[in-house]
Design a protein around this ligand. Structure first.
Ligand code: ADP
Length: 655
């Protein structure tokens, strides 16, 4: 039984409306160990026949029996395995990848064969063809003859059983031609089957059998010598074994190797790679900066909110307008410390603290300063999460006995005491001597208002010693549970109406303001801002992704021949898919990492230069990293699929 048997093979090419029958019923047996030359005029179908024989293409009609098994309808991936395991190719144009060194070119079939120790094996093969010293050279640094020898080393590296050569000496001088022919003869003598397409008589003269083609048919078949003797025949594993061996779904080519090749491609096209990742770089940079700004704003907002107090209701006298008519002064509601005590007895009220406000003139150390004084209860610090940074706040006792003690804001401390520690000093407040017992922590500006320019004194001292009034301006009520705020508001209304003898429908004599409303509004604002920023960032990433896709498509189109060659060497659809996918992911990841750096730098500059609160977190960096990864996948899949679906022969012929 022959190694290969073709039965009535036909092949028709159609380009648009015109179709051309390149093979018109070819039947042929090739024994193991034969050296066959296929000759004939140009266009007679020699190459077409070779491509069919070498599993690179499939026939339209007829049967292909390989080791007695019909492989005419084998799926693409199985054909790839046969190309990788059984066949070695030598092309007229060498088809070496110009980016890779000689030894890296030779490694390719091993890579797709899932072999290990690629480098050592590839070196040995290069040594076999006398090019050990040139392994680090790229194809353009080698002569034509040397390039073809590299191609032969590549064809032999997987120890194939059949060597297919398409005009292997067509582009070579006579010396190189002689070398190549000698190598082919040696291989044949070792028991390998050799099939060569040639139009050169001297090449055909070296073959043991010459098949002449004309117009897609075999014109003559001349067997000059018998194929090598049976003792030299190689033992071929059964076809089933070969196919099952390579049939694994997981791509055998090492992922790391793909990543390495991708980096190599990137470094070859530096400017293009840079431009293509620019979109992602700017996008990720923008995302990092925006998230940083958003988080920073949120953090400073949270700070401010906590000083507003949580679950806080403020009760104050109403606006004195009813239906556009200003009421007399006596008609306004006035609250007293007693009211605060009554309010604090309501259910769900944690604390009720009286508040008095007014401008005061401060004198200390011979310096003058005008500031805002707040007369507050001892629990003010608790309500507003505002513990003095130095010293302490006054106690309930101090409030009861109208003590002349004050806690001052950092601005006041600076203006009156400079760098000196103010705690323990005496200061005049509206000509009344108060001793400073603490300094509040710095809170910075809230818009135009300096939050640090204030003093806190016991509410009673403020009422009777500073402002000379027996009522308070407001009562701050802290509710123990956010859910109860509404109920407490209702209860407060009822209680105040009763205490102040107001009518049921009187809604203007007093006000209850809900601080949690303000909090919610502010929180909603931050949320809206974050959403908006996120949306803009998404758009920039989308644009970046489209840029990547564009470049990948160009790259696939440009490297069509490379894809064809890789497939000819045994790369399966998945191998090519992975290769391009990894390339796009490597591109976007590099872009993403640079973007993270850029975003970090911009945030830092913003924070330092403008004093904005910026918070770049590890989480946002990780998020940016994974988003770049997904962009690489999402926008790389389509180009990679385009590449993976290329037909090897069409791709190899691509100009
Ligand atoms: P040879 O190798 O003997 O010169 P080929 O086998 O390459 O001839 O081609 C045989 C014929 O098939 C030629 O006339 C060629 O124009 C045609 N042919 C080959 N490949 C294609 C193709 N992909 N599309 C259309 N026609 C093709």
């Amino acid at each position: 039984m022959p190694l290969i048997r073709l039965k009535d093979i036909t092949k028709t090419y159609s380009t648009g409306k015109i179709s051309f029958q390149a093979l018109r019923g070819v039947s042929l047996d090739i024994e193991q160990g034969e050296f066959v030359a296929i000759v004939g005029p140009s266009g007679s179908g020699k190459s077409t026949l070779l491509h069919l024989l070498s599993f690179l293409d499939v026939a339209d009609g007829g049967q292909y029996l390989l080791m007695e098994k019909d492989i005419s309808r084998l799926p693409d991936n199985d054909l790839a395995v046969l190309r990788n395991r059984l066949a070695g190719f030598v092309f007229q144009q060498f088809h070496l990848l110009s980016r890779l060194t000689a030894v890296e070119n030779v490694e390719l079939p091993l890579l797709y064969g899932g072999k290990k120790h690629l480098r050592a094996e590839a070196r040995t093969r290069l040594g076999d063809v006398g090019l050990a010293a040139r392994e680090r050279n790229r194809p353009n640094e080698l002569s034509g003859g040397e390039q073809q020898r590299v191609a032969i080393a590549r064809a032999l590296v997987n120890d194939p059983h059949i060597i297919f050569a398409d005009e292997p000496t067509g582009n070579l001088d006579s010396k190189s031609e002689e070398e190549i022919l000698r190598i082919l003869e040696q291989l044949n003598a070792q028991g390998k089957t050799v099939v060569v397409v040639t139009h050169e008589p001297e090449v055909a003269a070296r073959a043991g059998r010459v098949i002449t083609m004309r117009d897609g048919r075999i014109l003559s078949d001349e067997k000059r010598v018998r194929p090598c003797d049976a003792s030299k025949k190689e033992n071929l594993p059964p076809l089933k074994e070969i196919l099952s061996d390579g049939g694994a779904l997981v791509n055998r080519a090492d992922l790391m190797d793909h990543a390495f090749q991708a980096l190599k491609t990137m470094t070859v096209h530096k400017v293009r790679s840079f431009l293509s990742v620019l979109g992602i770089l700017i996008g990720v940079g923008a995302v990092i900066t925006m998230i940083g700004l958003g988080e920073g704003a949120k953090a400073s907002m949270a700070d401010r909110l906590s000083s507003l107090g949580s679950n806080l209701l403020t009760v104050s006298s109403g606006s004195h307008h009813v239906g556009g008519v200003t009421l007399e002064a006596g008609a306004t509601t006035r609250f007293t410390i007693k009211d605060a005590e009554k309010i604090s007895e309501l259910p769900h009220v944690k604390a009720a603290s009286s508040l008095v406000r007014g401008r005061v003139q401060l004198v200390a150390n011979g310096k003058n300063w005008n500031s805002q004084a707040y007369g507050v209860g001892a629990d003010y610090a608790l309500l507003h999460a505002l513990m003095p940074a130095f010293g302490a706040l006054f106690s309930d006792e101090s409030v009861k006995s109208r003590e002349r003690v004050a806690v001052i804001g950092p601005t006041v401390a600076k203006e009156l005491f400079g760098d000196k520690d103010p705690v323990g000093s005496v200061m005049k407040v509206n000509r009344v001597g108060f001793s400073v017992i603490g300094v509040l922590p710095a809170r910075g500006m809230a818009g135009p208002q300096d939050q640090d320019d204030l003093i806190l004194v016991p509410v009673t001292s403020a009422m009777y010693r500073l402002f000379g009034k027996d009522y308070v301006d407001a009562i701050e009520v802290q509710v123990d549970d956010e859910k109860e705020i509404f109920a407490v508001q209702e209860d407060l209304g009822v209680l105040i109406r009763r205490l102040q003898h107001l009518k049921e429908d009187d809604v203007s004599s007093f006000q209850i303001r809900d601080m949690s409303e303000i909090r919610k509004t502010l929180e909603n604002m931050t949320k809206t801002m974050s959403t908006l920023l996120g949306f803009i960032a998404m758009i920039s990433l989308l644009v970046g992704g489209i840029g990547i896709m564009n470049i990948m498509l160009v790259s696939v189109a440009e490297r069509t021949r490379e894809v064809g060659l890789r497939k000819a060497l045994g790369a399966k659809t998945n191998d090519i898919l992975w290769q391009f996918l990894i390339e796009s992911v490597v591109l976007t990841l590099v872009g993403g990492c640079c973007g993270i750096l850029l975003g970090g730098c911009v945030s830092w500059v913003l924070a330092v230069a403008s004093g904005w609160a910026v918070k770049v977190s590890i989480v946002s960096m990780l998020a940016a990293f994974s988003v770049s990864f997904f962009i690489g996948i999402v926008f790389g899949v389509w180009p990679a699929k385009q590449a993976a679906q290329l037909d090897p022969i069409t791709a190899l012929r691509h100009e």
